[in-house]
Design a protein around this ligand. Structure first.
Ligand code: HEM
Length: 481
């Protein structure tokens, strides 16, 4: 009897596969196991595993995660073909991975029908605050000065933590017109809460993939930790918003909160929650990303003291002891090359999340609607034809024979994403990186305390946001200054 039941199940399974396979023709990929699919082949460093699969199966491959098909794009041509197949593909997100939007609400994981209003708000307000213009420069330089004064005081520090204070302050000033003092424990708690949310996302996504996993102890723990972190961050922002509502939104402030309260005179609870979501978006998208990139840049400079010295020569010759400005960048090709090479080698979202909005015919394949599509930024940025010895940090590859910065190469990298959902904060991130790096290099030699091992600048680990391992840095004041 039991043999009959197994046989019927097998026939039903084969019939179901035949039925779905008739309509879909997924890109090639490795054979998976029943139930888990290709999970065991993806392992703990998904962008590297997907890169190896791309070498074997081509620039569009697919895998199965617990029965959910996932398509991975590993070249600019594949990205272009996918976008051309249906432009909405690159405006959509995997909305069925509900934890993403629950924990990073507001915009980043909103689907194609919901992203436009919050994105417009974000872009308009970033620009209104002076993003990409001279207006914001003095504010960021002021923040860089305060950071350096703090670093001189503390002596040895872990850049991963301290730089997040700098980027959080830049965002906090734009969002709410206020800042934290360096070393303020409230700032550390706020940043730690965001990091808890980001770190637990990888685990919580498992619940969307297989709902019964929600009972696993690790997931319970992650849910509890993130709930506490969410309450902490949201109530912190809520207090600021409610205070501003009571103060009747003084005209002196021109920040995000002012703009939102102004646009919506009568604020109900829904509107307050949406405003908090948007503040969360700015923090989650704009702090750890920029500070992790800066931290990787420091690691590369520690590993290459000769390049650090060349950079100092360039910066000190051009600035002559004056304050840096974005206008100086055209005369600072080595500085720009250092930042661009760090962005290439260490994209902090090595796999960006997209989704198909409709059934998509691309090349010979047919991909279902709402299918998770990953752009393998790591594989694209490490293309050995364009960037020989791609895992080596070599900023000189961005310099033309005449020493100028080769801007044409920038479009061969996709660290800030692709298509209409490309990172709207890119000019702000570049400003924060250029102004801080130039200020630091001009005044200090970046070194490590005696006996400490210089960390590796290689990418490893998680998918959501990548940062270097913990390390200690010392700023040694230059005599020239
Ligand atoms: C080095 C720093 C940064 C990197 C590498 C980075 C990278 C990215 C990437 C890869 C995406 C996804 C793009 C896509 O789907 O194709 C993104 C989205 C986003 N970024 Fe950034 N980002 C950085 C800094 C910032 C900053 C400073 C802000 C300012 C608030 C910001 C705001 C956003 C927002 C709001 C989104 C979501 C856009 C949408 O979904 O429509 N980012 N970023």
């Amino acid at each position: 009897m039991s043999l009959w039941i197994i046989l019927v199940f097998c026939l039903l399974y084969v019939f179901f596969k035949w039925l779905t396979g008739k309509k879909l023709r997924l890109p090639p990929g490795p054979l998976g196991l029943p139930f888990i699919g290709n999970v065991h082949q993806i392992g703990s460093c998904p962008f590297v595993s997907h890169s190896k699969m791309a070498d074997k199966y081509g620039d569009i491959h697919s895998v199965s995660l617990f029965g959910h098909p996932v398509v991975v794009l590993s070249s600019l041509t594949a990205v272009e073909h996918f976008r051309a197949a249906s432009p909405d593909n690159f405006t959509h997100r995997p909305v069925w991975l509900t934890w993403l939007d629950k924990l990073l609400p507001g915009l980043i994981f909103k689907g194609t029908t919901e992203y436009q209003v919050p994105r417009r708000f974000m872009l308009t307000n970033l620009k209104r605050q002076g993003m990409g213009k001279l207006g914001l420069e003095s504010q960021i330089l002021e923040e860089a000065e305060m950071l350096m004064a703090h670093l001189e005081e503390v002596g040895v520090f872990d850049p991963n933590k301290t730089l997040a204070n700098y980027t959080s302050n830049n965002i906090m000033r734009m969002v709410a017109g206020q800042r934290w003092h360096y070393g303020d424990p409230a700032c550390k708690e706020f940043i730690d809460a965001f990091n808890t949310i980001l770190d637990n996302l990888n685990v919580l996504i498992l619940e969307d993939l297989v709902p019964m996993f929600r009972y696993l102890p690790d997931l319970r723990k992650a849910r509890k930790e993130t709930a506490t972190a969410m309450v902490h961050t949201r109530s912190f922002l809520r207090k600021i918003v409610e205070k501003r509502m009571i103060e009747n939104n003084s005209e002196e402030n021109e920040d995000f909160i002012h703009s939102y309260l102004h646009a919506d005179e009568e604020m109900g609870e829904d509107e307050v929650a949406k405003l908090i979501d948007l503040c969360m978006t700015a923090f989650v998208a704009g702090t750890e990303t920029t500070s992790a990139t800066l931290s990787f840049a420091f690691v590369h400079l520690l590993n290459d003291p000769a390049w650090q010295e060349e950079l100092f020569q360039e910066v000190s010759t051009v600035l002559q002891g004056g304050k840096p400005s974005m206008g100086d960048l055209k005369n600072l090709p080595k500085l720009e090359a250092t930042i661009q090479e760090t962005l290439r080698v260490n994209p902090n979202n090595p796999l960006t999340f997209k989704a198909t909005s409709n059934v998509t015919k691309v090349r010979d394949y047919v991909v279902p609607a709402n299918c998770l599509v990953l752009v393998n930024v790591y594989h694209i940025n490490y293309d050995p034809v364009i960037f020989p010895n791609p895992s080596t940090f070599n900023p000189s590859r961005w310099l033309r024979p005449d020493g100028s910065f080769n801007r044409d190469l920038v479009s061969a990298t996709v660290t800030f994403g692709t298509g209409r959902r490309i990172c709207p904060g890119q000019p702000l991130a570049r400003m924060e990186m250029v102004l801080l790096l130039a200020s630091l290099i001009q005044r200090y030699v970046l070194t490590m305390p005696k006996g400490c091992k210089v960390p590796s600048g290689q990418l490893s680990g998680e998918t959501i946001v990548v940062r270097p391992d913990e390390y200690s840095l010392v700023l040694q004041k230059r005599r020239e200054h």
